[in-house]
Design a protein around this ligand. Structure first.
Ligand code: CP
Length: 292
């Protein structure tokens, strides 16, 4: 594997290979990569989980990491992403982890760069490493994907997580349903009533309301969104006995999910974060070995 850009570029065999490598790392510890490999993390959008878990995975793999701060880089003088990437390649970097607000930012880079690119989120496009850690968490819980009913609820149109997971989960045999306000459905076919789906879903995956990606302000208040589209305390009682709650986080407490449910017995929200380190280590291990 040279790059990781979109779930659409991964075959189901490749997805399963990454999940298996992550499982080995979780069971037996993250093994250090034997050869020198130099990487940098370029986050042009804020991040807590993705950036820090990549850094942790890099540390545990023993990779050499060069710091890069977009806010103190020549991007501020108008340098393009293409020129930044070509510059870091010329300096000798082997791989770049990039988060950027533009959908498909990586497309114009592909024909002209040799450095490996790992997409840590492109606008509302894709978030493949989040998807892989979500898949890992679901597989860890249920053993497989075949026939699982996954409900993805929230700001679907603006969500790179929904876009990455929808495709991958369906290819792996899960049945995916979306629930959201009609104005946030985007290209997805969505239901807008919990009663149809809450009692039959095995996984309830909530999405953050992404105000930063909305062109127009919604007329919904936090309270009205929670009452109509959020996972309330009452709705949680209607879930199947073994069903789990997921959320990529950060969470708007009492908006997409009731505050008291975030750490309830069904919640896998912090488990997802933990699994993110193993999954990102697996991806870095495979990409770095592919280049050695
Ligand atoms: N889930 C996720 O991508 O979180 P961060 O924005 O904190 O990285």
């Amino acid at each position: 594997m040279k790059h990781l850009l979109s779930m659409k570029h991964l075959s189901t065999d490749e997805i399963m290979m990454i999940l298996e490598r992550a499982e080995q790392f979780k069971k037996y510890g993250i093994r250090q990569t034997p050869s020198p490999y130099i990487i940098s993390n370029l986050f042009f959008e804020p991040s807590t989980r993705t950036k820090t878990s990549f850094e942790m995975a890099e540390l545990k793999l023993g990779l050499d990491v060069l710091p890069f701060e977009p806010g103190f880089s020549s991007a501020l003088k108008g340098e393009s992403l293409y020129d930044t990437v070509k510059t870091l390649e010329a300096i000798g970097l082997d791989a770049l982890v990039i988060r950027h607000p533009e959908d498909g930012y990586y497309e114009p880079l592909l024909d002209n760069v040799n450095v490996s690119l790992i997409n840590a989120g492109d606008g509302s496009g894709q978030h493949p490493t989040q998807s892989l850690l979500d898949l890992y968490t679901i597989k860890e819980e249920f053993g497989s994907f075949e026939g699982l009913k996954v409900l993805i609820a929230g700001d679907v149109a603006h969500s790179r997580v929904a876009r990455s997971n929808a495709d991958a989960l369906k290819r792996l045999g899960a049945e995916v349903t979306f629930l959201c306000p009609p104005e946030w459905a985007g290209e997805f076919d969505c239901v807008n009533c919990w009663d149809e789906v809450i009692g039959t879903s095995d996984v309830v995956m909530l999405l953050r309301v992404q105000h930063e990606r909305h062109d127009e302000q919604t007329s919904m208040t936090k309270e009205s969104y929670h009452a109509q589209y959020g996972l309330t305390v009452e709705r949680e009682t209607m879930m199947k006995e073994k069903a789990i709650i997921m959320h990529p986080a950060p969470v708007n407490r009492d908006v997409e999910i009731a505050d008291s449910l975030i750490e309830c017995g069904r919640s896998r929200i912090f488990k997802q974060v933990e699994n993110g380190v193993y999954v990102r280590a697996a991806i870095l291990d495979m990409i770095s070995k592919g280049r050695q």
